[in-house]
Design a protein around this ligand. Structure first.
Ligand SMILES: NC(=O)c1ccc[n+]([C@@H]2O[C@H](COP(=O)([O-])OP(=O)(O)OC[C@H]3O[C@@H](n4cnc5c(N)ncnc54)[C@H](O)[C@@H]3O)[C@@H](O)[C@H]2O)c1
Length: 336
């Protein structure tokens, strides 16, 4: 199969490209290598991908409309996994327009490419943040999600709506995956695990928000990649007999599906920090902080839908998963 992976220099894209190439697919990766976090890390990921058989990288911005149209016209993709986005909840408070450009215009250029060039399946990244003010746990893809509490979350929910309209209008099969706090080697420097590891190793305090009274459904990137690959092979069909009043929110009369992809077991932030202290072999100095605007108190994925559709069952424990990150971090920064 010929794949487009957007955000190939990003954390999840980097891991996905490796897996797709190992499975024998042809993969074109695009990324604009923006400086939201250290560009050297994105370049280092690309340097690892460059020699892979079947892989080709093109530097391109999603919001470059002619460039994106040309890409789709020239390449003839069979499948698209759209991961490129402006991520991060807190950054969206200060840089809202970055989210409009990358997440809204970006989703549209991808949808337009799929529309005009017969892409067989579009899989795109949504986020657990769409659950916003919802407090029914675990979060299910069949819950209504109309109350986001950050612009980032609002753009991710908008991505789902845009995908539905294109699935309905043009019959493009689309699957949205709501990722739950992904972590692992080559992870993102703006995320807690990375910041905590850097601080603990430097003997500096870590900022623990909401006095540690937070929990997250931490999901290892290996489990995420397994889920994406399985979902890519499961092209959504129309759900016969579906009606808006009686049908589920995660499917439609159009070829449209939505899934949570998480670990399915929330971990208290303080327990996560303890796992990190164990992996590093050094205690953290905790600097207790108030709740951050835009953050949610807890996330917990109901992954039954993904299990039923593709047999997805996450394998990685937090203790083992955090160690994979710490081992990578030590190795990477020794070399860098
Ligand atoms: N990592 C998580 O915990 C998590 C959780 C929920 C959702 N997500 C979503 O998963 C996807 C991948 O996340 P990630 O953690 O790998 O993030 P990442 O920031 O490491 O990767 C995203 C990549 O997209 C690229 N990019 C951003 N805007 C672009 C644009 N306009 N044009 C071209 N490239 C652009 C960036 O340079 C980056 O390399 C994103 O859509 C993110 O919103 C991630």
């Amino acid at each position: 199969m010929k794949y487009l992976v957007t955000g190939a220099a990003g954390f999840i894209g980097f891991h996905l490209v490796q897996r797709l190439c190992a499975d024998g697919h042809e993969v074109v990766g695009i990324d604009n290598l923006n400086d939201y976090y250290e560009v050297s890390l994105k370049e280092a990921r690309l340097a690892r991908l460059a020699p892979l058989a079947g892989f080709r990288f093109i530097r391109l911005d999603l919001a470059d409309r002619p460039g994106m149209a040309r890409l789709f016209a020239e390449q003839g993709f069979e499948r698209v996994v759209h991961l490129a986005a402006q991520a991060g909840v807190r950054y969206s408070l200060d840089n809202p327009f970055a989210y409009a450009d990358s997440n809204l215009v970006g989703q549209l250029t991808v949808l337009e490419g799929c529309r005009h060039h017969g892409v067989g399946h579009l899989v795109y990244a949504s986020s657990s943040s769409v659950y916003g003010l919802n407090d029914k746990m675990p979060f299910a893809a069949t819950d209504t999600v109309d109350h986001p509490i950050s612009l980032y979350a609002a753009t991710k929910k908008a991505n789902e709506l845009m995908a539905h309209s294109y699935a309905h209008l043009y019959g493009i099969p689309t699957t949205g995956l709501r990722f739950f706090t992904v972590y692992g080697p080559w992870g993102r420097p703006d995320m807690a695990l990375f910041k905590f590891t850097r601080a603990i190793l430097a003997g500096e305090p870590i900022d623990v928000y909401n006095q540690g009274q937070l929990s997250r459904d931490f999901t290892h990137v290996d489990d995420i990649v397994e889920g994406i690959v399985r979902v890519a092979d499961k092209v959504p069909q129309v759900s016969p007999g579906w009606t808006p009043s009686q049908g589920r929110t995660d499917m439609s009369s159009a070829p449209y599906r939505l899934f949570n992809i998480g670990n399915g077991s929330p971990v208290r932030l303080l327990d996560f920090i303890e796992a990190l202290e164990q992996a590093i072999g050094q205690p953290a100095i905790k600097h207790m902080m108030p709740m951050q605007p835009g953050d949610v108190h807890a996330t917990w994925a109901d992954t039954q839908g993904l299990f039923e559709a593709v047999g997805y069952q996450p394998q990685m424990t937090v203790a083992a998963g955090v160690k994979t990150f710490v081992d990578w971090y030590r190795d990477y920064y020794r070399q860098a």
